[in-house]
Design a protein around this ligand. Structure first.
Ligand code: PNS
Length: 165
């Protein structure tokens, strides 16, 4: 009997975009189980709380069976070792992303040789989409309905309305 392969796609997801959902859909077909790890990136200011981000990902990926949304603090590699996860999934949009992703992949490999990073190129139609840019353009009421899941659009509009009051 072949061993089931568990993978994790970790990130800040503040908020999840259509680019992330595309990676989640594709990665969910490659692995038996896919965890989505919503993590705190201390280098980034967040708009949504961890709970809000997890709920948004849950809603945006409710059509995928083998996905579970989780949160933890600490090293990604430690969570993987404790939970029998052997693959880290990451998406790349551009050559600039590749530098950052390779640095993380090499560091994670240094920390644990048994865990592999699998890098998926983003769908070209979302290659310019980032959570940071979404927040920036929304601030000026730009049209972003093709770039984020409907639930994210709904919650971003609520935040924007509060800010305008
Ligand atoms: O979406 P992001 O912010 O680019 O994701 C970065 C993230 C959260 C995956 C990375 O910062 C991470 O893995 N954090 C957990 C702590 C850790 O393991 N750091 C070492 C990374 S080599």
């Amino acid at each position: 009997m072949s061993k089931s392969i568990k993978a994790i796609f970790a990130g800040s997801f503040d908020p999840v975009t259509n680019g992330h959902v595309d990676i989640i859909e594709r990665a969910s077909k490659l692995f038996d189980e896919l965890k989505i790890g919503v993590l705190i990136n201390p280098n980034k200011n967040s708009l949504f709380t961890i709970e809000e981000r997890m709920n948004l990902i849950k809603e945006a990926t409710c059509h995928i069976d083998n996905v579970e949304i989780i949160f933890f603090e600490g090293l990604l590699i430690d969570y993987c070792k404790q939970n029998d996860i052997s693959v880290l999934v990451r998406g790349v949009r551009s050559a600039a992303d590749v530098d950052y992703e390779l640095q993380m992949a090499h560091m994670n490999k240094e920390l644990c040789t048994d865990i592999e990073t699998v890098i998926l190129p983003t769908n070209t139609k979302y290659s310019f989409v980032s959570s940071s840019l979404i927040k920036e353009v929304l601030h000026f009421n730009a049209e972003i309905k093709n770039l984020v899941p409907a639930c994210v659009l709904r919650e971003l509009s609520k935040k924007n309305n509060k800010k305008d009051k």
